[in-house]
Design a protein around this ligand. Structure first.
Ligand code: SAM
Length: 194
């Protein structure tokens, strides 16, 4: 019988394969991404997506942070032979003086009860010209035809868990929040760096 993390490993790989090429349009259009050398992939899961990024961008090094130890172990397998370091834990587990010049949070922000705290962490662990790419689902637009009851029930359970953990903002509201924090962060930086 396959273990839970073996199934999740497969799902994450399919998911990455489905949308990786589509997402390249963003990366290609970003000067900040092009010049980035040290990238944090927050909530990296099995690091398969990171591996695909590393394959395409050999000039960059990646740090994957993943709180689920079993997935992080799988990540170590996918990381080889690329410049990918896997850290098991939360953002706080990353060395305090780490300075990233790009942060990817793909399908990970939706897990966070306190996104503002995460954004403040990002501000303090990135360079002054760093970028953040967050990719997340807008569940209010989610539909499946023909019906896939198991998938839909799983999605409903996920939404219940998310609500129970205190995350009630919609994706769109989250974006506005991020904008507000970006303004705060530039204020913070100009105070720190005269
Ligand atoms: C849906 S998966 C996405 C994985 C990967 N980013 C991708 O796009 O394939 C979200 C991952 O974020 C991890 N995660 C959620 N909150 C986290 C936190 N506070 N610190 C580290 N990892 C976290 C979960 O364990 C899960 O593996």
């Amino acid at each position: 019988m396959r273990t839970r993390d073996a199934i999740y490993d497969d799902l994450l790989r399919y998911q990455a394969e489905l949308s990786f090429d589509f997402e390249q349009a963003f990366y290609r259009s970003s000067d900040v991404w092009r010049s980035a050398r040290r990238v944090l992939d927050f909530g990296a899961g099995n690091c398969y997506y990171t591996r695909k990024l590393a394959e395409k961008n050999p000039e960059k090094t990646f740090v994957c942070v993943e709180r689920d130890a079993a997935l992080a172990r799988r990540g170590c397998g996918w990381a080889n032979p690329y410049k990918i370091e896997v850290v098991t834990g939360h953002s706080r587990t990353v060395a305090d003086d780490a300075a990233f010049d790009f942060v990817v949070a793909r399908h990970a922000m939706s897990y966070l009860a306190d996104r503002a705290a995460f954004m403040q962490w990002v501000v303090h662990h990135t360079t002054s010209t760093a970028g953040l790419l967050t990719i997340d689902a807008d569940d209010s637009k989610f539909f499946v035809r023909p019906a896939l009851p198991l998938l839909e029930a799983g999605n409903e359970d996920f939404k219940k868990d998310v609500r129970a953990s205190g995350v009630i903002v919609t994706f769109a509201r989250c974006c506005r929040r991020v904008e507000a924090i970006r303004v705060l962060s530039s204020t913070h930086r100009s105070a720190d760096c005269p």
